[in-house]
Ligand binder design. Structure first.
Ligand SMILES: NC(=O)c1ccc[n+]([C@@H]2O[C@H](COP(=O)([O-])OP(=O)(O)OC[C@H]3O[C@@H](n4cnc5c(N)ncnc54)[C@H](OP(=O)(O)O)[C@@H]3O)[C@@H](O)[C@H]2O)c1
Length: 303
């Protein structure tokens, strides 16, 4: 059987993406094949596609199907998979290749999709949830302490803000002017990012115990100053991390995080990020809108 997938064979702008008809991928041991219902778009998709992680190379070793986050129906089981069955509705992370009609995922990276959750929201969650929980664990913030989430209006920031608040942590959330009300609606105190960040934060609190840099932009020196030292700051994207002695966190999740967050969403305790849907044919536009920030919310591709 064949099915459609987004694919690029050389690094570059959105124009290198094409929709191809290819043989369905076959699940290896521990994997399942999903009929994809929705695949999230993350900055990692276009950072990889532009070759930013492979300086000096013009092309990947073999064509790449982008996309890490997925929601779909289990269609085929690889050897040794006992926790899932054909027809199960699931969401979670892939090792890449989600922006397609069919994709492979490790069975243990998937959780059941509650009926209350739309496919679009389900497909948008894996990366932001695993990242948010991982960094909160690294920071080790306690109930009653004050956390600055820099980029509280972004995909990772929205998750981190809500999880921290639910743990009894006070959250100051930085965002652009247009997202101040969104951050307030999550239950955090909003401040505007940019040149006035330090004064803005100090106007609302005289204490910041830790900083989660979920934006990776703006002045890292400002974040270090607000936290009172680099050891209380963790970034997921700032290029100046090493220069400032700040921990850069990448990869890996926290056991149970996705199931917990999904459970809270289904119960109505947490809010999902807003999703904006693109057909698979517009995957290049979706990645580009994510790169430029032209469209707010979590962008999702539907095959
Ligand atoms: N290391 C990892 O494991 C990992 C995992 C996931 C993501 N990331 C990286 O983390 C970053 C955020 O990911 P995301 O999916 O949450 O992205 P996103 O949804 O696009 O959110 C970006 C956030 O950055 C804020 N922002 C934009 N311009 C800014 C500026 N000049 N100064 C300060 N803040 C600014 C945005 O605020 P407004 O829109 O309100 O202006 C928004 O809150 C990306 O660079 C991504 O590649 C890393």
């Amino acid at each position: 059987m064949t099915s459609r997938a987004a694919q690029y064979a050389r690094y570059g702008g959105p124009e290198v993406l094409e929709i191809v008809e290819r043989e369905d991928p076959q699940p290896g041991p521990g994997q399942v094949r999903l009929a994809v219902r929705a695949a999230g778009v993350n900055p990692a998709d276009w950072k990889l596609r532009t070759g930013a992680f492979n300086p000096g190379d013009d092309a990947p070793e073999r064509p790449v199907v982008p996309g890490f986050d997925v929601a779909g129906t289990v269609e085929a089981l690889g050897e040794g998979v006992t926790t899932l069955a054909e027809g199960d509705e699931v969401l979670g992370g892939t090792r890449g290749g989600a922006q397609a009609e069919r994709a492979l995922a490790d069975a243990d990276a998937l959780v059941a999709k509650p009926a209350a959750l739309s496919w679009e929201v389900a497909g948008s969650l894996a990366t932001v949830v695993s990242t948010a929980y991982r960094v909160l664990e690294r920071l080790g913030v306690s109930p009653g302490q004050v956390l600055l989430v820099h980029g509280a209006s972004g995909g990772v920031g929205i998750v981190a803000t809500q999880v921290a608040l639910a743990r009894g942590i006070t959250v100051i959330g930085s965002a652009g002017e247009r997202h101040q009300d969104d951050v307030r609606a999550l239950g955090a105190t909003p401040v505007v990012h940019g040149d006035g960040l330090v004064d803005g934060v100090r106007a609302v609190t005289d204490r910041v115990d830790a900083v989660f840099d979920a934006a990776g932009r703006g002045s890292l020196a400002d974040l270090v100053a607000l936290a009172g030292g680099p050891d209380r700051v963790v970034t997921i994207a700032h290029p100046d991390a090493a220069e400032h002695g700040v921990e850069f966190s990448s990869g890996g999740g926290v056991d149970g995080a996705l199931a917990e967050f999904v459970g809270q969403l289904a119960a109505g305790t947490f809010r999902a990020p807003e999703v904006v849907v693109y057909p698979l044919e517009e995957v290049g536009k979706a990645q580009e809108d994510n790169r430029t920030g032209a469209v707010s919310g979590k962008l999702v591709v539907i095959p």
